[in-house]
Design a protein around this ligand. Structure first.
Ligand SMILES: [Zn+2]
Ligand SMILES: [Zn+2]
Length: 320
């Protein structure tokens, strides 16, 4: 098998995206379990309309501005350029999602992206296993490849002292926010603004990743790779554009994910707003980026049966 490199994943002659074992990651697993338990027990006990509004606002800010625009479209893909203070602010909001630090996020994204671009890859990177196995694997484990590629973050980012600080303290970054929320609205704001938000964000992130690699609408196909991406149009709005994952596989460098008519992409709207304010430039779009090898236009909607049969029936219906 010919193994290709990506920007930060440097493949050597022995690099292998298939062979490896799934190992339980205690820190990540206990973190998500703890947040989820506090959310399940605490949410009904502390519910109020204003606590719920706090949850919605903070989720929108951290997922849209932080995760989607700051981490994914800017730090990882460099799909636009922004002043450093703005980049750091957006990345900080992305850390508040509670998934990982900046380097951990880049690595998690890039190793999956690298594996998916090869002719074959490990089942974890492809979300190939049934629903509950995939949930456990993605949210509590990681693959330790026998022969991984070399991971090299660009110097400017790797040496950034603010990013290094966030990487070392990403879980603790919830504390200042929790104190502020406690001062504003007591324990209810902390439960909804931290635990419920982190639990919903992490579970939602896995769900979108699970379904967006298993089937659905696809405007483009990439031939010769192990894994395809699919659009989940019903989730385009609440994921701030990230659910147009078929488009992302087709045009990974594009700042705009909702590229087809009618695809609402709030993350892209935010980047356009930044651009109007003079804070975003060098914006990459499908029209001004190099076309991926193997990319071809397919009929707008392709329903693909297959492994999805084993997924939870309620979610499967919702996502169809
Ligand atoms: Zn993908
Ligand atoms: Zn990406």
């Amino acid at each position: 098998m010919d193994v290709v490199s990506t920007d930060r994943m440097i493949a050597g002659p022995g690099s292998d995206p298939v062979r490896g074992k799934v190992v339980w990651i205690p820190g990540k697993s206990l973190w998500i379990t703890g947040m989820t338990l506090v959310a399940i027990i605490g949410a009904p006990l502390t519910f109020s309309l204003d606590a719920f509004v706090v949850f919605i606002i903070l989720t929108a800010l951290t997922i849209c501005l932080g995760h989607s625009v700051g981490m994914h479209r800017l730090l990882i893909h460099r799909s636009f350029a922004a002043p450093l203070w703005l980049e750091r602010t957006l990345v900080y909001l992305g850390v508040l999602v509670g998934m990982a630090g900046p380097f951990g996020m880049v690595h998690a994204h890039d190793i999956r992206d690298w594996a998916q671009r090869q002719e074959a890859c490990h089942d974890l990177y492809a979300h190939r296993r049934p629903f509950l196995t995939d949930a456990f694997w993605q949210m509590h484990c990681a693959v330790h490849l026998d022969h991984p590629p070399r991971f090299v973050i660009e110097d400017r980012v790797a040496r950034d002292r603010f990013y290094r600080f966030l990487e070392a303290t990403w879980m603790l970054q919830q504390v200042p926010l929790a104190l502020l929320l406690f001062a504003l609205g007591g324990i209810a704001y902390v439960v909804w603004g931290v635990a419920v938000r982190v639990a919903v964000s992490l579970t939602g992130h896995w769900l979108v990743g699970h379904f967006a690699h298993r089937g659905g609408e696809q405007g483009w196909r990439v031939d010769g790779v192990a894994v395809q991406g699919y659009n989940l149009p019903r989730f385009g709005l609440v994921t701030f554009g990230e659910a147009y994952h078929g488009n992302h596989h087709a045009f990974p460098g594009s700042a705009r994910l909702g590229i087809e008519p009618g695809q609402v992409d709030l993350g892209w709207w935010f980047i356009r707003l930044l651009s109007r304010l003079g804070l975003a430039s060098e914006i990459k779009l499908p029209a001004n980026t190099q076309r991926r090898a193997g990319l071809r236009r397919v009929a707008a909607v392709v329903a693909r049966p297959g492994p999805r049969r084993r997924a939870c029936p309620v979610l499967r219906t919702l996502l169809r």
